[in-house]
Design a protein around this ligand. Structure first.
Ligand SMILES: NC(=O)CC[C@H](N)C(=O)O
Length: 298
């Protein structure tokens, strides 16, 4: 199984409700993936400070304030941070990739799970709704959010193995299914210099997409390339600094439903996760077609 939910808001008056709406959607998908969960929020002003970059990390061996002080000294700028156990969030007036690189060198045992200008990633092991409440997701605001409840198929139940996989700036990818040829693709990516953090199949998909985007390929084309390259079962939701995209494999046995109104676009593994969205009764609701790439831009 695994449960996916995502919400791309078009109507700014709904931004303050993003976290509450996403928490309700996630709660409906708990039984599809009770092992662990993760969420990515775009545009929450406390989690992703305006004018600063944000780095999300797991398993930080020191308190966030201590790490922030060390980073402030080494980068010669003010870095601030706070802990949302087991995730740590850092902010700084420095490029997101530079902040992530500095974090990796100061605390090599910690795992960077997201970086960008607008994105915060939170992950953990346990009941998804307990995690969401512990992180404070219901009171988060923003313009786009993605969440995932995991039933592991390809790697251990750890926070690192939970989704989203966020391996490029402001990017994130969540997956329901399992790839079947990911090891050969992983070896090719490694030969091309791509490093991996986990043994998870989904990370290979995320690294593949991130590599295409870094090379200037647009998101739609990157997902068409993924269709041509990956075998196996997949429903994927991919988000970037300005986009929200869905793609499924040729068989499409992993469920997905999309609902769209003038105010929002939403995607979930099952309709019940969409049933409480405002205005859903008038939404255009459809099942995404096999191997068709759906992309919405901000
Ligand atoms: N149940 C799933 O959809 C699992 C997704 C992915 N293969 C993982 O192990 O994390």
């Amino acid at each position: 199984m695994c449960g996916i939910v995502g919400l791309h808001l078009r109507e700014p008056s709904l931004y303050p409700q993003l976290g509450a709406l996403l928490t309700d959607m996630l709660g409906q998908m708990c039984d599809r993936g009770p092992d662990s969960a993760g969420m990515a929020i775009y545009g929450d002003k406390a989690w992703s400070k305006v004018g600063e970059s944000t780095v999300s990390l797991l398993d930080c061996p020191v308190p966030a304030t201590e790490l922030a002080a060390t980073l402030s000294a080494s980068l010669d700028t003010t870095v601030t941070g706070f802990d949302l156990d087991p995730t740590t969030i850092l902010h700084g007036v420095v490029g997101a990739a530079d902040l992530a690189t500095a974090v990796r060198s100061v605390v090599p045992s910690a795992r960077v799970i997201g970086f960008g200008d607008d994105l915060t990633v939170l992950k953990g092991v346990g009941n998804p709704i307990d995690l969401a409440n512990r992180f404070g997701l219901p009171s988060a605001s923003g313009w786009q959010g993605v969440a995932h409840t995991r039933m592991a198929t390809e790697s251990a139940v750890t926070a690192e193995g939970s989704h989203p996989f966020s391996v490029g700036p402001d990017q994130c990818l969540v997956h329901n299914g399992s790839f079947s040829n990911h090891m050969s693709i992983k070896h090719q990516l490694e030969r091309d210099g791509v490093a991996f953090d986990s043994a998870n199949d989904t990370e290979v998909g995320a690294r593949f997409v991130a590599k295409q985007l870094a090379e200037g390929v647009d998101l739609e084309k990157a997902l068409l390339m993924l269709n041509e390259t990956f075998d196996g079962f997949y429903t994927l939701l991919v988000s970037t600094a300005d986009s929200f995209a869905v793609v499924r494999d040729a068989i499409s046995c992993k469920p997905a439903v999309i609902a769209e109104t003038d105010q929002w676009v939403a995607m979930a593994s099952e309709y019940r996760a969409l049933a409480n969205l405002p205005g859903v009764d008038n939404a255009r609701i459809f099942e995404p077609e096999p191997e068709e790439v759906y992309v919405w831009h901000r």
